[in-house]
Design a protein around this ligand. Structure first.
Ligand SMILES: Cc1ncc(COP(=O)(O)O)c(C=O)c1O
Length: 373
């Protein structure tokens, strides 16, 4: 195992444990800022870590704009003193009123939100008026993922015009997330980004001609981050999330997104050796994300040949020719394939700096409700 990940006092760590490496998080943050050119071109997504202390590191590094996916994450950000928070999730039903109460509770924070349909937009407008608040609304532009959003064109333009007319909401620009752009070839990813942006920029020009401002365009995640970061577009904001902790999934699939290193690992221990070539680890799918396919949920750098043959809630059974090197109680590091849901499985992360556990950070926004309800 790479010496940067060794922990001198690992006897103090209960397994299975989420471990954050503070120096490596700082390194990833600096790398992102270098790629973006300026902190003002960044709007990091907080969903990956959901952690106050990492928000504080981002603020210290000059990042003022943040993105999040839940009202609890938005509250955590505002409570950390983040001055500009985009909730990049469609608000529907009673969530509209809850967001309005959040906006009222943190007057020093400028909140924004996304919308892709006139009906919940009306609900949001009414909820904002009821609390005497106003919020920027970005249209969620669907550039091909077909998860949420509205395709660029006349209908999207009229939604933007509607935002400008309704009370309690202001036109805040475009949200353009392209989670489908996972082409492994950088050239293909670049081509897809250029193609998808054309109608978006056309729509922007149309709206601006009508006198409607498009103050910001919030673009992409980690795989397309270096591509957007090279562009010179007014109001451009890059919104990667994963790269701040990074993981083995992105590291393997997108090696062209250079400079990021895994900054969050799992410490697991052998709990049993049920057969000569088998080890059972305390790394079930309640400790590591199970959205990657079975057998591919982590990399074990000390046992690269290990086959993950069975995973239950609290067990990971591996087969390896090197099993005899290990006895119950021995520890191993695992690099998660997908760090974002992995973080949300842990109440706190052990924090390592200079090879020692120095702290524990709460994964504060793993809860759905903090104070504002
Ligand atoms: C809307 C939105 N923006 C940004 C991101 C961050 O993307 P990534 O995880 O590739 O950094 C995500 C990830 O799921 C997302 O859903």
């Amino acid at each position: 195992m790479d010496s940067r990940y060794q922990i001198e006092n690992d006897a103090e760590v209960f397994s299975p444990a989420l471990v954050f490496y503070k120096d490596l998080i700082r390194h990833n943050l600096e790398t992102a800022l270098k790629i973006a050119g300026k902190a003002e071109r960044m709007r990091p997504h907080v969903k990956t870590h959901k952690t106050r202390e990492i928000v504080a590191m981002e603020l210290e590094a000059g990042v003022t704009k943040h993105k999040c996916a839940t009202i609890a994450e938005a509250e955590m950000l505002a409570d950390c003193g983040a001055p500009d928070v985009l909730l990049a999730y469609p608000m529907v039903g009673p969530n509209c009123g809850r967001l309005a109460r959040l906006v009222k509770a943190f007057p020093q924070c400028r909140f924004s939100v996304i919308a892709d349909h006139p009906k919940p937009l009306e609900t949001l407008s009414q909820a904002m008026i009821a609390e005497q608040q106003e919020i920027d609304v970005l249209i969620d532009v669907d550039v091909g993922q077909k998860r949420t959003g509205i395709a660029p064109g006349a209908e999207a333009e009229s939604l933007y015009e509607r935002i400008a007319k309704l009370p309690g909401v202001r036109p805040g620009g475009f949200h353009v997330y392209d989670g489908h752009n996972h082409q492994e070839s950088r050239a293909e990813r670049e081509r897809a980004v250029a193609q998808q942006l054309e109608p978006v920029l056309q729509m922007r020009a149309n709206l601006e001609r009508k006198g409607l401002p498009v103050p910001r365009m919030v673009l992409g995640g980690t795989p397309t981050f270096p591509i957007y970061a090279k562009m010179d577009l007014p109001g451009l904001e890059c919104s990667p999330g994963t790269c701040f902790l990074h993981d083995n999934g992105y590291g393997t699939r997108f090696p062209d997104v250079e400079g990021f290193v895994p900054a969050a690992l799992l410490l697991t221990r052998v709990v049993s050796r049920p057969a000569p070539n088998r080890l059972t680890l305390d790394l079930g799918y309640k400790a590591i994300a199970s959205d990657p396919p079975a057998g591919k949920r982590c990399l074990l750098p000390d046992l690269p040949d290990a086959k993950q043959i069975l995973q239950n809630e609290e067990h990971l059974v591996i087969e390896t020719d090197q099993a005899e090197r290990f006895a119950p109680g021995d520890s191993l590091f695992a690099v998660p394939t997908h760090i974002c849901p992995t973080c949300a499985l842990h109440r706190f992360a052990y924090v390592v700096e200079n090879g020692k556990v120095i702290d524990r950070w709460e994964i504060a926004a793993r809860d759905r409700v903090l104070r504002v309800a």
